[in-house]
Design a protein around this ligand. Structure first.
Ligand code: NAG
Ligand code: NAG
Length: 273
């Protein structure tokens, strides 16, 4: 039977973006868009397809200060079961993150935490992410995820990439929640000009792909979006992808859904292009 999720990673992400607005009273971090100090200038963040790949693979572009040198907090990077998400095998869910580029990227993941306001995890300039590790050129990293993880997400920092004015990674993101209605999807809402992310391997057969816009959230117009009605789930008419509309507290129609992660806990593949 096809289960329609009642609450999804996307719903959480909407809350994240809503809370980004100053009405929350949180102090938003200063704008970080200065990538001039980066040793790499070849990435063109406007036309990502025109990005120039260096002839020789970069061994690393991460500053000696680690992720902090890139503008995000260091990850806590647990190496064993911490009840949430950790580096290595053995979790209820496993996600293999594959970097398909000829240069390293920095994988960053976040989730809900009692250490900060709900839904604030993606603001990784202000809040330490769960994981912030480099994936070598053409390399992979495996993370384990406990069932019942909420408000979780991930992205990757590419050479020369900055943050949005709200302190989120200026890239496509993935978002998920595990549990009875485990759902995962890619979203271009934070930054429409981001790089490609593809998620596959779910036992539901669903694929979420930002470049092909299948089971992927995007803005209807504009470069970034969070207001109800300004985004939607595209390419949802495929196996394992659900889209439904809920009404928020203000009476707005809110698109929700994503890929059903399946009842059986497969090893999910996340590819960064
Ligand atoms: C962040 O990590 C880097 C090494 O990757 C380290 O040099 C730096 O001291 C760390 N910052 C904090 C606040 O722990
Ligand atoms: C999940 O695994 C169980 C036990 O191996 C099996 O009985 C069930 O058919 C599987 N369900 C799906 C949807 O593959």
């Amino acid at each position: 039977m096809h289960v329609i999720p009642t609450l999804t990673g996307l719903a959480f992400a909407k809350a994240v973006l809503s809370l980004a607005l100053p009405t929350t009273g949180i102090t938003l971090p200063a704008v970080h868009t200065d990538t001039r100090s980066s040793p790499i200038h070849k990435r063109n963040p406007v036309n990502t397809r025109a990005r120039t790949e260096t002839a020789n693979s970069l061994s690393s572009y991460v500053h000696k200060d680690g992720p902090e040198g890139l503008g995000v907090k260091n990850g806590t990077n647990p190496m064993q079961d911490n009840g949430k998400i950790w580096i290595g095998n053995g979790g209820d869910w496993e996600m293999t993150f594959a970097n398909r580029n000829n240069y390293p990227v920095v994988l960053v993941t976040w989730s809900a935490s009692p250490d900060y306001a709900p839904d604030q995890g993606s603001f990784v300039q202000a809040q330490p992410p769960d994981i912030a590790i480099e994936i070598p050129a053409r390399g992979t990293k495996v993370l384990s995820i406990k069932d019942g993880l909420a408000k979780a997400g991930f992205s990757a920092i590419y050479p020369g990439m900055g943050l949005t004015s709200n302190g989120q990674i200026a890239n496509t993101i993935g978002e998920f929640t595990t549990g009875p209605y485990a759902t995962i999807d890619v979203s271009r809402e934070v930054y429409m000009r981001g790089e490609g992310i593809r998620i596959s391997g779910m036992s539901s057969g669903c694929i979420s792909d930002s470049q092909k816009e299948i089971c992927a959230f995007r803005c209807i117009t504009g470069d970034t979006c969070w207001v109800a009605g300004s985004y939607d789930l595209y390419g949802y008419k495929q196996q394992g992808c659900n889209r439904h509309i809920t009404i928020d507290g203000l009476g707005n129609k809110v698109a929700e859904g994503g890929c059903d992660m399946g009842q059986n806990r497969s090893n999910i593949l996340v590819e960064f292009f």
